[in-house]
Ligand binder design. Structure first.
Ligand SMILES: [Zn+2]
Ligand SMILES: [Zn+2]
Length: 299
């Protein structure tokens, strides 16, 4: 086995340098995208996320190793094509996981934190709550272990993937050359993903290869006529890291425990799409889009 570096650890000084450069360029251009309290909340999240993931890594590694050694289908070796295949398949699984995170409230309750900033800059990339690890942890990597990829390779490609994603969180980069925009997730594509404009909701899930969105019908182009508004459909209006982390969990539990609901309705509040309600009093993405289309037709 080759001696694989810890990509995420190596990337930390690069992340800090990129954020400082982004702040400086923003100041020079007069387009500041940083707000101190917002950035501090994101950075605190990053530290907590790292601490919890290091704590849980030992358990996850043990499970992945046992599965790969007992049931791994293929012995891929440590060749470059094996790494490349693992990277592509890992990105594909992340596309579907990310799509589920937006379409199922149980997963959204954790992922919503990543979308809770109304700013869009490199620090937004680091806004991932530790609760994410409770709902998605390593279990979604099990298919890769079953295919026979060793956990060291899985962890390495996942690290590369998250470093790539960091650099898509910026407004400094406009549109890149067409062949790149066609294949890779660019800052423009991911800006759309962070938008609250109805036409952009639930689009561009792919971490690295935007081809997944093009293939599976979730791709939306950024349009200069509809500048992106960042954040949540209903913004939190707080930088309190505890509220940013747990607000959706609290709301979800409150919904589930409402009196006089059928068991199916309680399950709907847990696993239905965000915005689902038993009496239709809230709006899902589809309802928001429908309202937007009707307003556009009338207007
Ligand atoms: Zn997302
Ligand atoms: Zn993002």
């Amino acid at each position: 086995m080759p001696d694989l570096p810890d990509i995420v650890q190596l990337a930390i000084p690069v992340y800090l340098a990129a954020m400082l450069a982004e702040i400086a360029i923003g100041r020079l251009r007069g387009t500041a995208t940083y707000e101190l309290r917002d950035t501090l909340t994101s950075l605190l999240m990053a530290v907590l996320f790292l601490a919890v993931s290091l704590g849980l890594a030992f358990f996850g590694i043990g499970v992945l190793r046992a599965i790969q050694q007992r049931w791994g289908l293929v012995d891929w070796g440590w060749s470059v094509p094996a790494f490349a295949l693992c990277f592509v398949l890992d990105d594909l699984r992340k596309y579907w996981l990310h799509r589920v995170q937006h379409r199922c409230r149980w997963f959204w309750a954790a992922h919503v934190t990543h979308h809770s900033s109304q700013h869009y800059n490199f620090s937004t990339a680091l806004r991932n709550p530790p609760t994410l690890l409770l709902t998605q942890i390593f279990v979604f990597r099990i298919p890769l272990a079953l295919l026979g990829f060793p956990w060291e390779m899985i962890a390495f490609v996942a690290g590369l993937n998250s470093v790539y994603q960091f650099f898509t969180h910026t407004e400094l980069v406009g549109r890149l050359p067409a062949p790149i925009e066609l294949v890779l997730t660019t800052p423009s594509h991911h800006r759309v993903h962070h938008a609250t404009n109805p036409r952009y909701l639930d689009a561009n899930y792919a971490p690295v290869f935007i081809v997944w969105d093009r293939l599976f019908g979730t791709f939306v182009e950024e349009s200069p006529e509809d500048p992106v508004r960042y954040g949540l459909v209903k913004n939190l209006g707080t930088f309190d890291p505890v509220r940013v982390t747990v607000h959706e969990w609290v709301a979800m539990i409150r919904d589930v425990l409402q009196p006089a609901l059928t068991p199916a309705q309680r399950l709907g509040y847990l696993f239905g799409p965000p915005g689902w309600s038993h009496d239709g009093s809230r709006e899902t993405t589809e309802m928001l889009r429908e309202r937007f289309r009707n307003a556009a037709r009338r207007g």
